[in-house]
Design a protein around this ligand. Structure first.
Ligand code: GLN
Length: 229
């Protein structure tokens, strides 16, 4: 399996996700600088978390226009799997690879804590190691994670299995009380229509080995390796 991690000025989760990928793949991913214009044929592209361009204008707005993103879009259009984590999710909505937008958290604060997520679609290359309704603990660390999309589009997305994860309680109950940022319908992550592109605000790479305090995030990388190897 061949994977690449895109690195922008201000990315800060690129190495964490490279470590998590290597643990699951058994080989190192390619690290690609945002100014590059070409990518080799890949099975997976990861757009990592961080503060690309210092979050100038709007999180992800500048990075979406980086030279490498043209190539990421071209590969995504051919079906290469793309995973956007946190700032990566914001970049993927800004490029139009994923529907919706990420607005300021409803309390207008940067939120850094662990949350529980319910797996809403266990039939994709990103989640095949899960069962539908599994509850996982992932960390969040963001200021703009308040997901929104027009109701009509959202209904179609729900019908098409594009809701990937919802914020929930430890026991899997979805309610406003466990919605950290005001996201529409507690949405923490979404797929494109083909389920080949996933973006999510929480960080699977930050709880992907025991030394980090938990390994709930490892299943995502193991799923991808099983599906794409
Ligand atoms: N951890 C992250 O990727 C943070 C994303 C972005 N800088 C935000 O604060 O919303």
């Amino acid at each position: 399996m061949k994977a690449a991690v895109i690195v922008f000025p201000g990315s800060n989760c690129d190495r964490d996700v490279a470590v998590a990928l290597e643990a699951s793949m058994g080989s190192k991913p390619l690290m690609v600088w945002h100014r590059d214009t070409q990518l080799p044929d890949l099975d997976l592209i990861v757009v990592p978390g961080g503060f690309s361009y210092g979050d100038y204008l709007r999180c992800g707005a500048m990075a979406a226009h980086s030279p490498i993103m043209r190539e990421v879009k071209a590969q995504a259009d051919k079906g290469t799997r793309v995973l956007g984590i946190c700032n990566g999710f914001q970049i993927l909505t800004e490029t139009g690879l994923l529907p919706g937008v990420l607005m300021r958290n409803r309390n207008l604060k940067f939120i850094c804590k662990d949350v529980y997520l319910r797996v809403e679609n266990a039939g994709t290359d990103f989640t095949r190691k899960h069962k539908l309704g599994d509850v996982v603990r992932y960390p969040i660390a963001h200021a703009e994670g308040n997901y929104f999309v027009e109701p009509e589009t959202f209904r179609a997305m729900e019908g098409n299995g594009q809701v990937a994860f919802r914020y929930c309680s430890k026991h899997g109950e979805v309610s406003d009380a466990v919605n950290p940022n005001g996201a529409l319908s507690n949405v923490a992550g979404v797929y494109n229509a083909a389920k080949t592109v996933l973006g999510l605000m929480p960080h699977p790479e930050r709880l992907a080995e025991d030394l980090l305090g938990g390994r709930d995030g490892k299943a995502m990388f193991d799923s991808l390796v099983e599906a794409l190897r």
